[in-house]
Design a protein around this ligand. Structure first.
Ligand SMILES: [Zn+2]
Length: 382
């Protein structure tokens, strides 16, 4: 082929720049059309939309609340979503966790990356970062971009107080949400402006408290998630004056809706955000207690008859090598597309992640889970 003459090169560059410009204009027009009904809502408008397109929300827990809110924000045109979840999709999730399908549950796929695939099908223009891991201070420090907002999609107080601590330490606002049975609650928490979770729940257990597989109605979840998503649109769209201040509480079965702690400011004597709070309470904390006698720590997964086993220091597992060894030992192994490995060991089902973490289903005994994990990854923890 003849070399391109320098003059021609300039022309080609100009043509390609013009093509890029046209493509960008097309994309903007398509995005405007996609979000046109929201832009026509005057209190949000084009300015709110433009701000939302540059915004970044981190959703902690991609279960019922998390998948609802992530889906709504993706459809609304948020710029970036970071999705964090440590769990895999289970058949009992599908009644309310709107981003998952039967095949995801049958394969036992990790929630965050599976939700990211679903969102890419909804709008490929949304940048999604999926982290199939646990949310804690260490993860926060590994984020390449600090989010503008945190969304609570968790199911336990330990995780919520971890989010509360990160929010107080960094100044990043968060939106609390919870739903059990027919009841739900949600609240916007902006450090320095609103009461924090500890301000309104001074006596709630920090270690997670009780844990049961309680029933929940999908519409209760939908109400709470709708509140969270609406307030997220206000905050990320720069419509702070419209933010609802107070604890939104509902009982969809009784038909009760209320707003408690209206306009409540931070409490001066709050042990988390108050002026006399110990420094430790105002720095990001981890959600789990380390087992000091071991290089692994374990946590029970709420209502799942499962134990999470996690190395205390970060490591990288060669999943392909683990699969070869496990198959040679006679175990059934499923490769979940490089995102995780599912291994059946007797009556236990183990999902192993590339960061060395494992979910061991079929036991509530931490020692047993740690031992099985050690056998699979070739470690012998003391
Ligand atoms: Zn507080």
């Amino acid at each position: 082929m003849d070399p391109i003459h320098p003059d021609q090169r300039g022309l080609l560059l100009e043509l390609s720049e013009r093509a890029d410009e046209t493509q960008r204009a097309d994309e903007t027009q398509r995005a405007d059309e996609r979000h046109s009904r929201q832009i026509r809502f005057a209190p949000f408008g084009a300015e709110g939309q433009a701000r939302l397109a540059k915004a970044h929300a981190l959703v902690v827990g991609i279960g019922a609340l998390g998948s609802h809110v992530a889906q709504t924000l993706a459809r609304a045109g948020i710029g970036r979503l970071t999705l964090v979840d440590r769990d895999v999709v289970d058949l009992s999730n599908l009644q309310r966790q709107v981003l998952f399908e039967s095949a995801d549950a049958h394969a036992g796929l990790p929630k965050a990356s599976t939700a990211a695939c679903a969102i890419a099908r909804i709008d490929p223009g949304v940048e999604v970062v999926a982290l199939d891991t646990e949310f804690d201070a260490a993860l926060w420090h590994r984020l390449d971009r600090v989010p503008d907002l945190l969304i609570d999609g968790t199911d336990n107080f330990a995780s919520r107080f971890a989010i509360n601590a990160v929010s107080i330490a960094t100044g990043v606002p968060w939106i609390h949400g919870a739903a059990v049975g027919a009841e739900g609650r949600a609240m916007v928490i902006r450090p320095g402006i609103d009461a924090c979770l500890r301000c309104i729940l001074p006596d709630a257990p920090t270690d997670g408290g009780g844990c049961d597989a309680l029933g929940v109605l999908a519409p209760a979840v939908a109400h709470v998630a709708a509140f969270q998503a609406t307030e997220a649109l206000k905050l990320l769209g720069g419509r702070d004056a419209a933010v609802t201040r107070g604890l939104f509480v509902i009982d969809v079965w009784q038909g009760r809706f209320d707003l408690l702690f209206r306009e409540a400011p931070p409490r001066a004597d709050c042990e988390a955000c108050g002026s006399r709070a110990p420094l430790a309470a105002r720095t990001p904390a981890t959600t789990h207690q380390a087992n000091t006698a071991s290089s692994y720590r374990s946590a029970s997964l709420c209502g799942r008859n499962a134990i999470q086993v996690r190395p205390t220091s970060p490591r990288t597992l060669d999943l392909a090598a683990v699969a070869v060894t496990a198959r040679a030992a006679g175990h059934l192994v499923d490769d979940l597309g490089g995102r995780a490995l599912r291994v059946r060991v007797g009556e236990l089902r183990v999902t192993l992640f590339p960061d060395g973490r494992a979910l061991v289903f079929g036991t509530e005994q931490a020692d047993r889970a740690i031992a099985v994990h050690g056998t699979l990854v070739g470690d012998h923890p003391d």
